[in-house]
Design a protein around this ligand. Structure first.
Ligand SMILES: C[S@@+](CC[C@H](N)C(=O)[O-])C[C@H]1O[C@@H](n2cnc3c(N)ncnc32)[C@H](O)[C@@H]1O
Length: 174
């Protein structure tokens, strides 16, 4: 069974994690993408994944199967108001990094070693306006200029972003 939590559980979930890495999913629609994001969040050692408690982001059988067990191991915080949960994270000292293909700052220029939440947006529209406004930084994953598609699949963007944070953290320990 998934480990399901609510916004009020955030302080407890982060209490023994000095520099937590958190994934925020802003209305991911496709169960295959959602499952892949949960698998990656587990593999990256995320303290939790935060997602809206609405019709999007349902943890269905397909999500669980695609996550290869990730949906059952990483704590899932389902919230009625994502903006409020983001404010709560900030009060807890977490910096919020949104990802978007149409922004100028490169992800690779941001320090991801501290307490960080990485936000990825929905397949069609990306992050919602308010979600984007609440981010402390917005970052893009540089893509080849010769490529024809404008952006990455959201689960791929999740993998690149979380494992850039993992890479930086490992490099800092050497
Ligand atoms: C399919 S994209 C949505 C594209 C949408 N047009 C937008 O404005 O963001 C889904 C999500 O993947 C992430 N993403 C995709 N490509 C990215 C890139 N090159 N840099 C950063 N994030 C990216 C973002 O979180 C985005 O919201």
């Amino acid at each position: 069974m998934p480990h399901l939590y609510e916004e009020g559980d955030l302080p407890g979930l982060l209490a023994d994690r000095p520099d937590p890495l958190i994934l925020i999913l802003d209305c991911i629609q496709d169960p295959h993408n959602l499952g892949a994001c949960l698998r990656t969040a587990d593999a990256a050692g995320c303290a939790c994944v935060i997602m809206p408690k609405d019709k999007s982001c349902q943890v269905t059988e397909t999500v669980v199967r695609v996550s290869c067990g990730g949906a059952h191991s990483v704590p899932l915080v389902r919230v009625t108001n994502l903006a409020r949960a983001m404010e709560r994270l900030k009060e807890l000292g977490v910096w919020i990094v949104g990802t978007a293909d149409e922004t100028t700052q490169s992800l690779y220029d941001i320090d991801l070693k501290g307490p960080i939440a990485i936000v990825v947006g929905a397949e069609g529209e990306g992050m919602r306006r308010l979600t984007g406004e609440l981010c402390d930084f917005q970052a893009r994953i540089p893509m080849a200029s010769s490529g024809r598609v404008p952006c990455l699949n959201v689960s791929v963007a999740t993998g690149v972003s979380l494992f850039e944070a993992v890479r930086q953290r490992k490099a800092a320990k050497k």
